[in-house]
Design a protein around this ligand. Structure first.
Ligand code: NDP
Length: 242
């Protein structure tokens, strides 16, 4: 028996990196995946790949920072499947502009993409999941919420906030059978930060490894929630010296 058989999942940021890896893994475990991002061609390629393996995937062009786009994304789950079991908020952007050179417009773009969008999607998910009395939301946070990089004021602030948002949502969902988790990856080979693929393997992990934890979080029995997880490549300089 597949671990997510017949579940309906919305995955944002699924046109590349961690979101795409989670979409593939969820589909392999039997979930119907609704994949969202702005780059439609990328989404179409992933739909074809998942369908070629016998899975079910639907692409929905979405800018997650826009309320009407998010409304349309969740309408796909409502109209096509009549339910929503899982939401993964993986859409995100990073920026390493020194703080004294960072424009307000760019700061707001980071906040809108990494934080406001998480609120918009979680709100829609709660609206669908409350009457169902079940559902899971997984927010992709970051190791930056433990140990930031320099020149990351927007990114780091939003990832700390995603942690707080997760805890607030988890409380709101508790009485309704809805669990909310934060999955914090360490350095992962994706398109988020240029040059990541050039690092030694032990210092940056494949997105599939993060996806394995997302599958575990998503497939636990309804009564149980893995509230948070930190997934690290073993040589990430986070654990300490020596
Ligand atoms: P990628 O750059 O590979 O993927 C980011 C995804 O977010 C893309 O699919 C992009 O799609 C989507 N996205 C960005 N802005 C928007 C938007 N406005 N609307 C909809 N989709 C959007 O990076 P990752 O896979 O690494 O990033 C995924 C998550 O993982 C992020 O939240 C990131 O912070 C987190 N993370 C990553 C780490 C790493 O080392 N890679 C470490 C810790 C956390 P499109 O451009 O097509 O819209």
């Amino acid at each position: 028996m597949k671990r997510l058989q017949d579940r309906v999942a919305i995955i944002t940021g699924a046109s590349s990196g961690i979101g795409a890896a989670i979409a593939r893994s969820f589909a392999r475990e039997g979930a119907n995946v609704i994949i969202a991002a702005r780059r439609v061609e990328r989404l179409s390629e992933l739909v074809a790949e998942i369908e070629a393996e016998g899975g079910v995937a639907i692409a929905q062009a979405t800018d997650v920072s826009k309320e009407d786009h998010v409304d349309r994304l969740f309408a796909v789950a409502r109209d096509r499947f009549g339910k929503l079991d899982l939401l993964v908020n993986s859409a995100g952007i990073a920026d390493h502009t020194p703080t004294d050179q960072l424009s307000l417009a760019r700061f707001r773009e980071i906040v809108d993409t990494n934080l406001v969008a998480t609120f918009l999607c979680a709100r829609e998910a709660l609206r669908m999941m409350k009457p169902q009395k079940r559902g899971r939301i997984i927010n992709i946070g970051s190791i930056s919420a433990y140990s930031p990089r320099p020149n990351s004021i927007g990114y780091t602030s939003t990832k700390f906030a995603v942690d707080g948002m997760t805890r607030s949502l988890a409380l709101d969902g508790r009485a309704h059978g809805i669990t909310v988790s934060v999955l914090n990856p360490g350095s992962t080979v994706t398109e988020l930060v240029p040059g990541m693929a050039d690092r030694p393997l032990a210092e940056s992990m494949p997105a599939d490894h993060v996806a394995q934890i997302a599958v575990l979080m998503a497939s636990l029995p309804d009564e149980t929630c893995m509230l948070e997880a930190l997934v690290l490549p073993i040589a990430q300089p986070f654990l300490g010296r020596g």
